[in-house]
Design a binder for this molecule. Sequence first.
Ligand code: UDP
Length: 238
Amino acid sequence: MATPKYRRIVLKLSGEALMGDQSFGIAPDIIQYVADEIRSVTAMGVEVAVVVGGGNIFRGIAASSYNMDRASADHMGMLATVINSLALQDAMEQKGVVTRVQTAISMHEVAEPYILRRAVRHLEKGRVVIFAAGTGNPYFTTDTAAVLRGQEVHAEILLKATKVSGLYTADPVVHSDAELIPEISYMEVLERQLRVMDMTAISLAMDNDLPLVVFNLSDAGSMKRIVCGETVGSLIRN
Ligand code: UDP
């Protein structure tokens, strides 16, 4: 069996990644696939924390554009991430992977509250910890939550799962001549305003030295290859 390069990782799964070809919600086959991909990494003894987005259900900023108060809209967005997290937990547990969902907004009947030391203990015991409700604060994103939680649990790397193969010079869906950037610094991402994560998330990762790999989740086995040290997607670091 391949030897993992990392002991502890944080995976950012956007809501869109769970949607598949649908325009809304969770695609059952995709959530099973994601659970299998995560299981392939935990099976190597790697500790995995997951931060789940909610854009497949609700995005605060979209609702605030039609006059809804942004904080209320963001609370709805954070609740959407809880729905996705519970779906992922269910899929993983059906495959025999022990998980815990921790929410940044307390809802004791549904999941554990976010408690850092407890999360670390779960990871040490080989449980996958799914962090829901982002940072718990409006005006933030789950990308920022992923960087924050990654740093709090001392993950060695952040894996950002996307629908494209990495970071490109332009949107590859719109521009056929867009080129994949295999490696780039956080500073250059900021200067060139490349849209890989929001500025807050990028700055936080840069300030605290958390490397990031952007990869295509639909390439089966890519998470495992990254964890084994292969060059996959785009690497962003200081
Ligand atoms: N959100 C928030 N604070 C956070 C994280 C998320 O208010 O710390 C809200 C925000 O409204 C956001 C929604 O939750 O639009 C879903 O998160 P995000 O857009 O990051 O999900 P993704 O794009 O990864 O699916």
